[in-house]
Design a protein around this ligand. Structure first.
Ligand code: SAH
Length: 191
Protein backbone atom coordinates (compact mmCIF):
# COMPACT_ATOMS: atom_id res chain seq x y z
CA UNK A 1 0.00 0.00 0.00
CA UNK A 2 1.26 3.48 -0.73
CA UNK A 3 1.80 5.64 2.34
CA UNK A 4 -1.19 7.78 1.50
CA UNK A 5 -3.40 4.69 1.40
CA UNK A 6 -2.14 2.86 4.47
CA UNK A 7 -4.70 1.78 7.02
CA UNK A 8 -3.71 4.70 9.23
CA UNK A 9 -4.83 7.04 6.42
CA UNK A 10 -8.23 5.37 6.31
CA UNK A 11 -8.66 5.16 10.05
CA UNK A 12 -7.93 8.88 10.33
CA UNK A 13 -10.35 9.62 7.51
CA UNK A 14 -13.13 8.01 9.54
CA UNK A 15 -12.73 10.67 12.22
CA UNK A 16 -14.83 12.66 9.77
CA UNK A 17 -16.96 11.68 6.81
CA UNK A 18 -14.73 10.73 3.87
CA UNK A 19 -15.96 11.35 0.29
CA UNK A 20 -16.80 7.70 -0.34
CA UNK A 21 -18.86 7.36 2.85
CA UNK A 22 -22.19 8.37 1.33
CA UNK A 23 -24.60 7.13 3.97
CA UNK A 24 -26.39 4.74 1.62
CA UNK A 25 -25.60 1.72 -0.52
CA UNK A 26 -23.97 2.11 -3.94
CA UNK A 27 -26.75 2.06 -6.59
CA UNK A 28 -25.08 -0.57 -8.84
CA UNK A 29 -24.92 -2.97 -5.89
CA UNK A 30 -28.55 -2.22 -5.03
CA UNK A 31 -29.47 -3.14 -8.61
CA UNK A 32 -27.62 -6.44 -8.34
CA UNK A 33 -29.41 -7.23 -5.10
CA UNK A 34 -32.77 -6.38 -6.64
CA UNK A 35 -31.92 -8.70 -9.50
CA UNK A 36 -31.34 -11.51 -6.99
CA UNK A 37 -27.61 -11.72 -7.68
CA UNK A 38 -26.46 -11.44 -4.07
CA UNK A 39 -26.59 -15.00 -2.86
CA UNK A 40 -25.98 -15.33 0.88
CA UNK A 41 -23.88 -15.56 2.83
CA UNK A 42 -22.32 -12.33 1.54
CA UNK A 43 -18.92 -10.89 2.46
CA UNK A 44 -18.37 -7.13 2.12
CA UNK A 45 -14.58 -6.66 1.89
CA UNK A 46 -13.32 -3.24 2.93
CA UNK A 47 -16.85 -2.44 4.08
CA UNK A 48 -16.07 0.97 5.58
CA UNK A 49 -18.95 2.12 7.77
CA UNK A 50 -21.08 -0.67 6.35
CA UNK A 51 -23.78 0.90 4.18
CA UNK A 52 -23.67 -1.80 1.50
CA UNK A 53 -23.64 -4.61 4.05
CA UNK A 54 -26.43 -3.00 6.07
CA UNK A 55 -28.53 -2.57 2.95
CA UNK A 56 -28.19 -6.27 2.16
CA UNK A 57 -28.97 -7.23 5.76
CA UNK A 58 -32.09 -5.07 5.48
CA UNK A 59 -33.11 -7.28 2.57
CA UNK A 60 -32.84 -10.26 4.89
CA UNK A 61 -29.48 -11.57 3.71
CA UNK A 62 -26.81 -13.02 5.97
CA UNK A 63 -23.85 -10.62 5.72
CA UNK A 64 -20.36 -10.25 7.13
CA UNK A 65 -18.44 -6.99 6.73
CA UNK A 66 -14.71 -6.63 7.27
CA UNK A 67 -12.45 -3.61 7.24
CA UNK A 68 -8.95 -3.01 8.56
CA UNK A 69 -9.87 0.42 9.97
CA UNK A 70 -11.15 0.02 13.55
CA UNK A 71 -13.02 3.35 13.43
CA UNK A 72 -14.96 2.23 10.35
CA UNK A 73 -16.00 -1.00 12.05
CA UNK A 74 -16.99 0.85 15.23
CA UNK A 75 -19.27 3.12 13.17
CA UNK A 76 -20.68 0.16 11.26
CA UNK A 77 -21.53 -1.67 14.49
CA UNK A 78 -23.21 1.43 15.86
CA UNK A 79 -25.41 1.73 12.76
CA UNK A 80 -26.28 -1.95 12.94
CA UNK A 81 -27.63 -1.47 16.43
CA UNK A 82 -29.41 1.79 15.63
CA UNK A 83 -31.17 0.21 12.66
CA UNK A 84 -32.04 -2.99 14.49
CA UNK A 85 -30.21 -5.11 11.93
CA UNK A 86 -27.87 -8.04 12.20
CA UNK A 87 -24.47 -7.91 10.47
CA UNK A 88 -21.22 -9.42 11.63
CA UNK A 89 -18.69 -6.56 11.36
CA UNK A 90 -15.07 -7.41 12.11
CA UNK A 91 -11.67 -5.73 11.94
CA UNK A 92 -9.78 -7.96 9.52
CA UNK A 93 -7.07 -7.31 6.93
CA UNK A 94 -8.38 -8.13 3.46
CA UNK A 95 -5.00 -9.67 2.69
CA UNK A 96 -5.74 -12.23 5.40
CA UNK A 97 -9.33 -13.12 4.65
CA UNK A 98 -8.76 -16.82 5.15
CA UNK A 99 -8.21 -16.06 8.86
CA UNK A 100 -11.99 -15.62 9.03
CA UNK A 101 -12.33 -19.40 8.75
CA UNK A 102 -15.61 -18.97 6.89
CA UNK A 103 -16.72 -19.11 3.28
CA UNK A 104 -19.25 -17.12 1.28
CA UNK A 105 -21.34 -17.39 -1.86
CA UNK A 106 -20.97 -13.74 -2.79
CA UNK A 107 -18.35 -11.11 -2.08
CA UNK A 108 -18.66 -7.40 -2.75
CA UNK A 109 -15.80 -4.96 -3.01
CA UNK A 110 -16.77 -1.32 -3.23
CA UNK A 111 -13.62 0.74 -3.51
CA UNK A 112 -11.13 -1.58 -1.83
CA UNK A 113 -9.31 -3.19 -4.76
CA UNK A 114 -7.74 0.02 -5.98
CA UNK A 115 -6.05 0.49 -2.60
CA UNK A 116 -3.66 -2.38 -3.21
CA UNK A 117 -0.29 -1.99 -4.85
CA UNK A 118 0.57 -4.12 -7.86
CA UNK A 119 2.35 -6.56 -5.52
CA UNK A 120 -0.63 -6.87 -3.21
CA UNK A 121 -3.21 -7.56 -5.90
CA UNK A 122 -2.38 -11.22 -6.59
CA UNK A 123 -2.37 -12.16 -2.87
CA UNK A 124 -5.66 -10.29 -2.45
CA UNK A 125 -7.19 -12.26 -5.34
CA UNK A 126 -5.94 -15.51 -3.75
CA UNK A 127 -7.36 -14.67 -0.33
CA UNK A 128 -10.69 -13.70 -1.84
CA UNK A 129 -10.76 -16.93 -3.81
CA UNK A 130 -10.07 -18.87 -0.62
CA UNK A 131 -13.18 -17.54 1.13
CA UNK A 132 -15.52 -17.96 -1.84
CA UNK A 133 -17.31 -21.25 -2.24
CA UNK A 134 -17.01 -23.04 -5.56
CA UNK A 135 -19.26 -21.25 -8.02
CA UNK A 136 -19.32 -18.16 -5.82
CA UNK A 137 -19.24 -14.66 -7.23
CA UNK A 138 -17.33 -11.52 -6.36
CA UNK A 139 -18.54 -8.10 -7.52
CA UNK A 140 -15.95 -5.37 -7.70
CA UNK A 141 -16.50 -1.62 -8.05
CA UNK A 142 -13.64 0.76 -8.71
CA UNK A 143 -12.99 4.15 -10.29
CA UNK A 144 -12.23 3.60 -13.97
CA UNK A 145 -9.63 5.28 -16.13
CA UNK A 146 -12.51 7.18 -17.73
CA UNK A 147 -12.93 9.30 -14.64
CA UNK A 148 -11.17 12.57 -15.55
CA UNK A 149 -9.19 14.76 -13.20
CA UNK A 150 -6.94 13.60 -10.41
CA UNK A 151 -9.11 13.80 -7.32
CA UNK A 152 -10.16 10.61 -5.68
CA UNK A 153 -8.65 7.15 -5.73
CA UNK A 154 -6.33 5.51 -8.19
CA UNK A 155 -8.04 4.50 -11.42
CA UNK A 156 -8.17 0.88 -12.42
CA UNK A 157 -8.37 -0.44 -15.97
CA UNK A 158 -10.45 -3.40 -17.15
CA UNK A 159 -7.22 -5.07 -18.26
CA UNK A 160 -5.82 -4.83 -14.73
CA UNK A 161 -8.92 -6.43 -13.30
CA UNK A 162 -8.74 -9.27 -15.83
CA UNK A 163 -5.02 -9.73 -15.23
CA UNK A 164 -5.37 -9.88 -11.44
CA UNK A 165 -8.27 -12.29 -11.42
CA UNK A 166 -6.83 -14.79 -13.87
CA UNK A 167 -5.93 -17.77 -11.73
CA UNK A 168 -8.99 -19.81 -10.79
CA UNK A 169 -11.42 -17.05 -11.70
CA UNK A 170 -13.80 -16.53 -14.57
CA UNK A 171 -14.11 -12.79 -15.13
CA UNK A 172 -17.60 -12.03 -16.36
CA UNK A 173 -18.75 -8.89 -18.07
CA UNK A 174 -17.21 -5.64 -16.86
CA UNK A 175 -19.56 -2.74 -17.36
CA UNK A 176 -19.49 1.01 -16.86
CA UNK A 177 -21.21 2.16 -13.71
CA UNK A 178 -21.45 5.24 -11.57
CA UNK A 179 -19.59 5.39 -8.28
CA UNK A 180 -21.51 7.69 -5.96
CA UNK A 181 -19.40 9.92 -3.76
CA UNK A 182 -20.07 12.96 -1.63
CA UNK A 183 -18.34 14.96 -4.39
CA UNK A 184 -20.47 13.65 -7.24
CA UNK A 185 -20.81 10.51 -9.32
CA UNK A 186 -17.56 9.13 -10.76
CA UNK A 187 -17.00 6.83 -13.71
CA UNK A 188 -16.43 3.31 -12.45
CA UNK A 189 -16.21 -0.31 -13.48
CA UNK A 190 -18.56 -2.91 -12.12
CA UNK A 191 -16.92 -6.29 -12.62
N1 SAH B 1 -16.67 -0.16 0.86
C1 SAH B 1 -16.74 1.09 1.58
C2 SAH B 1 -15.38 1.76 1.82
C3 SAH B 1 -14.58 2.06 0.58
S1 SAH B 1 -13.03 2.90 0.92
C4 SAH B 1 -17.71 2.00 0.91
O1 SAH B 1 -18.15 1.70 -0.20
O2 SAH B 1 -18.04 3.04 1.49
C5 SAH B 1 -11.90 1.54 1.07
C6 SAH B 1 -11.99 0.84 2.41
O3 SAH B 1 -11.01 -0.21 2.43
C7 SAH B 1 -11.70 1.71 3.61
O4 SAH B 1 -12.75 1.58 4.53
C8 SAH B 1 -10.40 1.17 4.19
O5 SAH B 1 -10.35 1.26 5.60
C9 SAH B 1 -10.45 -0.27 3.73
N2 SAH B 1 -9.14 -0.93 3.63
C10 SAH B 1 -8.00 -0.44 3.11
N3 SAH B 1 -7.04 -1.37 3.16
C11 SAH B 1 -7.59 -2.48 3.71
C12 SAH B 1 -7.10 -3.78 4.03
N4 SAH B 1 -5.83 -4.16 3.79
N5 SAH B 1 -7.95 -4.67 4.57
C13 SAH B 1 -9.24 -4.32 4.82
N6 SAH B 1 -9.75 -3.12 4.57
C14 SAH B 1 -8.93 -2.21 4.02
Amino acid sequence: MGDDQGIEFFDQAYLGVPPWDIGRAQPPLVQLAEAGQMRPPVLDVGCGTGENALYLAGRGLEVTGIDAAPRAIAKARQKTEQRGLKVDFEVVDALRLSSLGRTFRTAIDSGLFRVFSDDERPPFARELHAVLRPGGTSYLMCFSEHQPGDWGPRRVTQAKIRETFSDGWVVGPIRSAGFDTNLGVAAAWLA
